[in-house]
Design a protein around this ligand. Structure first.
Ligand code: ADP
Ligand code: MG
Length: 207
């Protein structure tokens, strides 16, 4: 595979479309066990990302992802802005100096993103956060020799659904203790859209 600047722009456009279309749903998920702003945070953030990167020309994917990170960090409040911002910044740093983003480079970048999110948010696997989608995706990438995008999409969806039965240990939902069980984590839903978008772009562009 080869993730180009153009494919990266398409990835963010798709993510933005999904977030705008599911803004209410993300809000409802966050209303159940949080403060109800995840839909607003994500829709504002990814709209700003698309506004920025669609009018800028980039030499490398790394440069483009840096702008994605900076935009999310500056335009999105709450826990999710800095966490997604960190993820994209770490990916950008990991890809710096690479003219071709092949499968191996992408896996290393996602590994760095996960490490950065853990360092920032101090959450572990099973704590009912967005990491409960990111970590299974990273594990899938690391287990397989080649990336199967249908598996990526399926794993992201299943992992998001598994957060329903988890007890929240991190984030606002943790205040609810046992009452957090029975609801999908909002951040894991937005992360599902992110990996679903990447899978769709990868299949369409045959990258
Ligand atoms: P806030 O929680 O500040 O209102 P959002 O509603 O935008 O911010 O984002 C909430 C999401 O952020 C949660 O659903 C969860 O997935 C994620 N999250 C919260 N805290 C953490 C953390 N410490 N580590 C990883 N993800 C977290
Ligand atoms: Mg919230």
């Amino acid at each position: 595979m080869n993730l180009t600047v153009n494919a990266t722009l398409k990835w963010m456009e798709k993510m933005n479309e999904k977030v705008q279309a599911n803004k209410e749903y993300l809000t409802e998920l966050d209303q159940a066990i949080g403060d109800g702003d995840h839909g607003i945070n994500m829709s504002r953030g990814f709209q700003e990302v698309v506004n920025k990167i669609s009018v800028t020309s980039y030499e490398t994917v790394s440069d483009c992802l840096k702008d994605v990170a900076m935009t999310l960090m500056t335009k999105v409040g709450g826990a999710s802005g800095p966490l997604y911002g960190t993820a994209f910044l770490k990916m950008s740093i990991s890809l710096r100096g690479k003219d071709k983003v092949d499968g191996m480079a992408l896996i290393l970048a996602i590994d760095e993103a996960v490490k950065g999110m853990i360092q920032r948010g101090k959450a572990a696997v099973g704590n009912k956060t967005m990491l409960d989608v990111w970590i299974p995706i990273l594990n899938l990438f690391q287990e397989k020799q080649s990336i199967n995008w249908n598996d990526v999409e399926r794993t992201a969806k299943n992992s998001m659904e598994k957060t329903r039965e988890m007890l929240a240990i991190k984030g606002r939902a943790a205040y609810l203790k046992e009452r957090s069980i029975g609801h999908i984590d909002a951040g894991s839903a937005s992360s599902f859209y992110l990996f679903q978008s990447l899978a769709e772009v990868a299949r369409e562009c045959e990258i």
